[in-house]
Design a protein around this ligand. Structure first.
Ligand SMILES: *Cc1c(COP(=O)(O)O)cnc(C)c1O
Length: 842
């Protein structure tokens, strides 16, 4: 009998992981040892696992350098139109494996570390996540960087190098606890500080109006220190740059001010300036009007625009070095994409630079600004829309407030001339909101100051035109576009699920990794029994691997033959983790009522972080853990139902959980989830979706056929009709006995016997002021879960639907999304061409 393959041997057989040539391997070993010795200053007697990770990281990083320098040099020489993606979040996760995948080094590194007596996966697990994002919006920015490099665009990601990213979530006695994410503690081998490109950013002060223009004076200066991270494309030798700014107090900070308490105090006060890049605000889809956050937003915008202008001015024209002074060419050479309104200040800042510093006329500057900028909207939830109080602006950015007033004056003049006498429209469309505190509506500023405005899924873009931005759409219909989100198939398939990638590659080759639409070819194999078997087998292996991880972590016995039912995403009322809870309780009650029946076993996993200040979200986590305590310890239930709260959901945990999922929960109230991208990751990794007709679920159903998803619940039209009629939760509560039972149990302390009224707030919300209409979708959701159970009993039928889904998931590659942004917004052409490879380190 042959020995079962070790993990290492199994990984080695997978061709999508790149080739492990003998020379390659021996060079890698040499360089690994060199870095351990010279870079880490360790030998193998004292080296820790973390040292080995760093040695490997540096070894792999060496292969980026030549490509990076060459790519940037070629941009300087060819001077293509540059794309600037400005975002307050880049949720990158880990970099080592991604770099190996994109450079085709994974198998060779695996072999090299194996020959050195090390396990590469263990080393990879030492890397900290770059958690510089909250959820979908930040992860989208990260996927876009991968796609822009893979499509050969001269693109840059610009953001903030937060010293502390999204907090680490600990669950303690069922409650969420936050821990600071000190991700830079051991150093970051992927970044390069560039102090020589430091830029001053101004705050506060006042404006002086002179005959020759406006001066912003008496400002306080904070320096922006750039850190560059390489962004390699997929096997095309392109390496772009993500530049993140870190705040640094100037040397003379507070030292000239003798009234602040002398030298020691002045040095201590440097923290005040440097706090700007200290920490990521942990809100997802929620606006918190804090001054420090507005400072962050201006900080990234000001530093980035200085970089953009410098690069625009000092480029080559043909072979000649030139200094450009004619800014009318800016829109032909620069595209700025605003990831939500967070970097909206780019619009008044560009105006300030062009008018106050470069002395252009307002009209000329405005034309350039609008043709350069484009805005992506990510949500219609009113509590998420940025509306900054005028007072804050007045003190922090007095010149920008003047500019915004002037933009608004001209905008309102135009609206008035187009709609004479329509004063309500003027009020609705103003950039300045009156009443109570005066505020700047940043979405309105972005629409007016951009040539393109896009939503992130078709249904969302339609809702923008029909509701939140209706007036703006009527006035400028040509501005409004859709760009359905996508995910990078490198991280979200090749990297996290190499087994599946390999099974696919065996049938259709490896080109689908660059061109995901080729997954369509899998239609030829939906009736191929061997293929069906391989797909099911990969899923089973992924489930077993994740089950081991869970059993180690949560000390629960997982039934690997149960449906792995997963809902991972930020905890938010609109995402309706509570609907999932009601299904769990209903399933539990049914088992208890009829314990002898052959129930289809399930392991239900829910994970996600709650914003620290979002009380209801924290209570939802507490409810999930409370349900788990009762369900998981009930001997009658056994291994037929387990409820697990996945602690500290982040990119790295997503990469482990999603490939193991059978069922993907995408159950937001129709009209509330702009797109979702988690939904796409599950689809690509062979999970079936149970979901509402919301966000990109609609397009997933369109691509795969509605019959291949478990679609339930109200459509947007139904929700709107219910809003007109009035939603009455108690109707459902009184009519549906199992719903009543579940709610009564939560309300009566069945899941919290020591604190019977622990969840009275949640129950009160569900019964009396539930904005997201959980009860209205309950019955259909439960019925749909039944359909999933029935199908799971027919494994072959289930796997066929899985294959239909994978085959239909090609649309959801961020390569497709980026190609559309490139052609329809930025005016640049994507390319799959390889640029020549440099000499790699030997
Ligand atoms: C993809 C992703 C998200 C977004 O998930 P949604 O279900 O679309 O909200 C959030 N967090 C992480 C870590 C992700 O990888």
């Amino acid at each position: 009998m042959s020995k079962p393959l070790s993990d290492h041997d199994k990984r080695k057989q997978i061709s999508v992981r790149g080739l492990a040539g003998v020379e390659n391997v021996s060079d890698l070993k040499t360089n690994f040892n060199r870095h351990l010795h010279f870079t880490l200053v360790k030998d193998r007697n004292v080296a820790t696992r973390r040292d080995y990770y760093f040695a490997l990281a540096h070894t792999v990083r060496d292969h980026l350098i030549g490509r990076w320098l060459r790519t940037q040099q070629s941009y300087y020489e060819k001077d293509p139109k540059r794309v600037y993606y400005i975002s307050l979040e880049f949720y990158m996760g880990r970099t080592l494996q991604n770099t190996m995948v994109n450079l085709a080094l994974e198998n060779a590194c695996d072999e090299a570390t194996y020959q050195l007596g090390l396990d590469m996966e263990e080393l990879e697990d030492m890397e900290e996540d770059a958690g510089l994002g909250n959820g979908g919006l930040g992860r989208l920015a990260a996927c876009f960087l991968d796609s822009m490099a893979s499509l050969g665009l001269a693109a840059y990601g610009y953001g903030i190098r937060y010293e502390f990213g999204i907090f680490n979530q600990k669950i303690s006695n069922g409650w969420q606890m936050e821990e600071a994410d000190d991700w830079l503690r051991f150093g970051n081998p992927w970044e390069k500080a560039r102090p020589e490109y430091m830029r001053p950013v101004h705050f506060y002060g006042r404006t002086e109006h002179h005959p020759d223009g406006v001066k912003w004076v008496d400002t306080q200066v904070v320096l922006a220190l750039p850190y560059d991270t390489p962004v390699p494309g997929y096997r095309n030798n392109v390496v772009n740059t993500m530049r993140l700014w870190s705040a640094k107090a100037p040397c003379e900070f507070n030292l000239k001010d003798f009234n602040v308490g002398g030298y020691i105090q002045a040095v201590l006060d440097r923290n005040l300036a440097e706090n700007i890049s200290r920490v990521l605000y942990p809100n997802d889809n929620f606006f918190e009007g804090k001054e420090l956050r507005l400072k962050q937003e201006y900080f990234v915008v000001s530093a980035t625009l200085q970089d953009i202008m410098r690069r625009f001015k000092a480029s080559k024209f043909g072979t000649r070095e030139i200094v450009r002074t004619d800014f009318s060419a800016l829109p032909d050479k620069v595209a700025i994409q605003l990831n939500d309104t967070h970097p909206a200040l780019a619009i008044p800042e560009l105006m300030r630079v062009l008018v106050d510093e470069e002395k252009l006329s307002w009209e000329k500057a405005w034309d350039i600004t609008v043709r350069t900028c484009a805005y992506t909207n990510h949500t219609v939830l009113p509590e998420a829309l940025e509306r900054w109080p005028i007072d804050l602006f007045q003190t922090l950015l007095p010149r920008h407030l003047e500019i915004i007033y002037e933009i608004n004056r001209r905008h309102i003049e135009r609206v008035a001339s187009l709609y004479p006498g329509d004063f309500d429209r003027l009020r609705r469309m103003s950039l300045i909101e009156e009443g109570g505190v005066k505020r700047v509506n940043m979405a309105h500023l972005c629409i007016v100051g951009s040539h393109a405005v896009n939503g992130v899924a078709q249904i969302h873009s339609d809702i923008l035109k029909a509701t939140v931005f209706k007036d703006f759409y009527e006035m400028d219909p040509h501005k409004f576009q859709n760009k359905t989100n996508g995910i990078t198939p490198r991280r979200w398939l090749v990297m996290c699920n190499p087994g599946l990638a390999e099974v696919i590659a065996e049938k259709i080759g490896e080109d689908f990794i660059r061109d995901l639409s080729q997954l369509r070819k899998l239609h030829n194999f939906v009736n191929d029994d061997a293929f069906i078997h391989s797909i099911a087998q990969v899923k089973q292996e992924n489930k077993l691997k994740f089950a081991v991880h869970l059993e180690e972590h949560y000390k629960v016995k997982i039934n690997p033959n149960s449906i792995f039912d997963i809902q991972v995403k930020r905890i938010h009322e609109y995402k309706r983790q509570l609907l999932n809870c009601l299904h769990i309780i209903t399933f539990y009650n049914r088992i208890k009522k009829d314990p002898k029946k052959q129930w289809t076993p399930r392991t239900i996993m829910i994970g996600g972080k709650a914003a620290p200040g979002y009380h209801t979200a924290k209570m939802i986590i507490r409810l999930i853990t409370a349900i788990g305590e009762v369900v998981n310890n009930d001997p009658v239930v056994g291994d037929r139902l387990k409820v697990i709260f996945l602690e500290n959901y982040r990119v790295t945990l997503a990469e482990k959980a999603i490939p193991a999922a059978d069922l993907s929960e995408q159950i937001s109230t129709a009209g509330t989830e702009a797109s979702g991208t988690g939904n796409m990751k599950f689809m690509l990794n062979g999970a079936l979706t149970i979901g509402t007709m919301d966000g990109a679920n609609v397009e997933m159903a369109e691509e795969a056929g509605e019959d291949n998803l478990f679609i339930f619940g109200m459509r947007v039209e139904d929700v709107e009709a219910m809003d007109r009629k009035g939603y009455n939760a108690s109707e459902y509560y009184n009519r549906i006995p199992e719903l009543k039972q579940a709610i009564d149990q939560i309300a009566g302390g069945f899941f919290s016997p020591k604190q019977p009224d622990l969840f009275s707030g949640i129950v009160n919300m569900l019964m009396h002021h539930d904005r997201f209409k959980v009860f209205a979708d309950y019955e259909d959701y439960i019925a749909c879960q039944e359909k999933a159970n029935a199908l799971y009993k027919k494994p072959k039928e289930w796997t066929k639907k899985v294959i239909y889904n994978i085959a239909a998931s090609g649309k959801f590659s961020s390569d497709r999304t980026i190609a559309q942004y490139a052609r329809e917004i930025w005016g640049v052409e994507p390319s799959l061409e390889k640029i020549p490879a440099p000499d790699d380190p030997k």
